[in-house]
Design a protein around this ligand. Structure first.
Ligand code: ATP
Ligand code: MG
Ligand code: MG
Ligand code: MG
Length: 469
């Protein structure tokens, strides 16, 4: 059975053979790009090549890119554990043409790799195209012999790819695999498309526009290609599985989690192991790329993921820090492809252990408070904003952690009430500050920050934590 590591190599080798330069993944923190929180796709490091601002000594490239989708335009945090196909951290395999080949060749490459080198059954594949893109539909017919019924036209943004609110973009064609009618879900564009029967494996973007902040969508001078295929998704397929979490690597992490918590990997705590395995990867890779847990910006996204994982470990009955003990399994599985993991191993372990040790006490007490609050509520009632705010302010529960905890019980948070409590807190802090008569003394500001813990400056603010993207 080909491992994820083998499949990554096969992909890169296929495109190397076809004239592409194999380029390393860029770090998860984009260099000099304030518009994006984390690399969320392979094209991010090539943004300036598509727009023509920069040129290099190659016009074709191929990469396996580290991606994190935990905020901003592409946010899969809430999908993790619930779908068969989403991670917060994943590897995107990509091939790129910078003003070199375009639609014909891109589609021909994709079809050849999938049906020949990877040996997928062509009858299980179907594609989408942007509704106005007759050209792409025609190429699919010619190259793959697909009937009209398996070339689905989509008019929504699902087939007009954008990395974020600005930047290069364009119509795309996506390739799906039909796992069969024993799994719930419908074809793309149907009412059941969110199910996991038809899984999108590969997106080919025809880069031909640039989106500006003022709303202008301008044609680019060159026509380029940007593709992205989730390694874990193609890996599941080639390993005869339906679910990304059943691939060799994810399974080894789930088993490490089961071992560390003494909880059955396939028992009632299954979902917790999946979340832990996923979050272990995103937190470790983020730390290896220089992000440290903090109370704002990127560091706060990291902290939120770490704390979510810790709650899931708690749900499995773990009384001592667990996450840091799983790092060796990750380094074993991915350290050869990503040497930065091994280099940062002790930093990752230490950061996880410290954060877990610190959060453990308030986590236990906070979860107890949450249970008490829920017991007092009418059946199915939303958690009052004030309670969610107390969990946030006193116990260090990011709002999304509380929401994640409630989701298992089919409950929600009164978010408007939470925001209101947050505003009130801010006003009080400001009043106290001015009240000292020493406005302008920055030290007081920082003292307040200390005193109020994870709130005002540091805290939950979707604008700073996620709105950057
Ligand atoms: P989906 O519709 O399934 O959420 P997407 O359309 O958001 O996927 P793209 O932005 O087109 O995904 O990204 C290109 C490819 O990267 C996808 O075809 C898929 O194989 C993979 N991919 C995207 N998001 C994830 C994720 N959260 N976890 C694992 N793989 C992913
Ligand atoms: Mg998506
Ligand atoms: Mg999609
Ligand atoms: Mg897509």
């Amino acid at each position: 059975m080909a491992s994820l590591n083998d499949i990554r190599s096969t992909y890169l080798e296929f495109f190397r053979r076809n004239g592409h330069r194999v380029v390393d993944s860029s770090p998860l923190v984009p260099r000099n790009d304030p518009t994006l929180m984390f690399a969320n796709s392979g094209m991010v490091q090539f943004k300036n090549l598509f727009t023509g601002v920069e040129t290099r000594d190659y016009k074709r490239a191929t990469t396996a890119q580290k991606c994190v989708r935990a905020g901003g335009k592409h946010n899969d945090l809430d999908n993790v554990g619930y779908t068969a196909r989403h991670h917060t951290f994943f590897e995107m395999l990509g091939n790129f043409s910078f003003g070199d080949y375009f639609k014909d060749q891109a589609i021909a490459f994709a079809w050849e790799l999938l049906t020949k080198d990877f040996g997928l059954n062509p009858d299980k594949l179907l594609v989408t195209v942007y509704h106005t893109d007759d050209e792409a539909a025609g190429i699919w017919k010619k190259v793959a012999g697909l009937p009209d019924s398996r070339i689905i036209r989509i008019a929504t943004d699902d087939n007009f790819w954008r990395m974020g609110p600005t930047g290069p973009c364009g119509p795309c064609t996506e390739i799906f695999y039909d796992h069969g009618d024993h799994i719930w879900g419908g074809p793309p564009g149907s009412a059941q498309e969110d199910g996991d029967r038809f899984i999108e494996i590969w997106n080919n973007v025809f880069m031909q526009n640039e989106q500006f902040a003022d709303g202008r969508l301008v044609p680019l001078e060159m026509q380029s290609i940007d593709t992205g295929m989730g390694l874990e998704r193609i890996g599941a397929l080639l390993q005869g599985k339906h679910d990304n979490y059943d691939t060799d690597l994810m399974r080894s992490l789930i088993e490490a989690s089961a071992h560390a918590t003494s909880a059955d990997p396939d028992g009632p705590g299954k979902i917790h192991h999946r979340v832990i395995a996923d979050h272990l990867r995103s937190t470790s890779f983020l730390i290896a790329d220089g992000v440290m847990p903090s109370n704002e910006g990127r560091g706060y996204v990291l902290r939120r993921i770490m704390r979510r994982a810790m709650r899931h470990a708690h749900m499995l009955g773990a009384h001592d820090p667990v996450m840091h003990r799983l790092v060796p399994a990750l380094v074993r599985g991915m350290g050869a492809a990503y040497p930065e993991l091994g280099r940062a191993q002790s930093l990752i372990e230490e950061t996880l252990r410290l954060e877990e040790t610190r959060f453990k006490q308030t986590l236990d007490r906070g979860l107890k408070l949450l249970d008490d609050e829920l017991a007092r509520l009418p059946e199915g009632g939303a958690l009052p904003g004030a309670a969610a705010f107390k969990l946030y302010d006193t116990y260090g529960f990011p709002l999304d952690l509380t929401q994640d905890a409630l989701r298992e019980k089919g409950r929600e948070v009164d978010v408007a009430g939470f925001d209101h409590a947050m505003q009130e807190q801010k006003q009080k802090a400001r009043a106290a500050w001015v009240g000292t008569g020493a406005a302008g003394d920055a030290r007081i500001w920082f003292d307040l920050a200390e005193e109020h813990g994870a709130t005002e400056f540091l805290g939950y603010d979707t604008e700073t934590a996620e709105g950057v993207v």
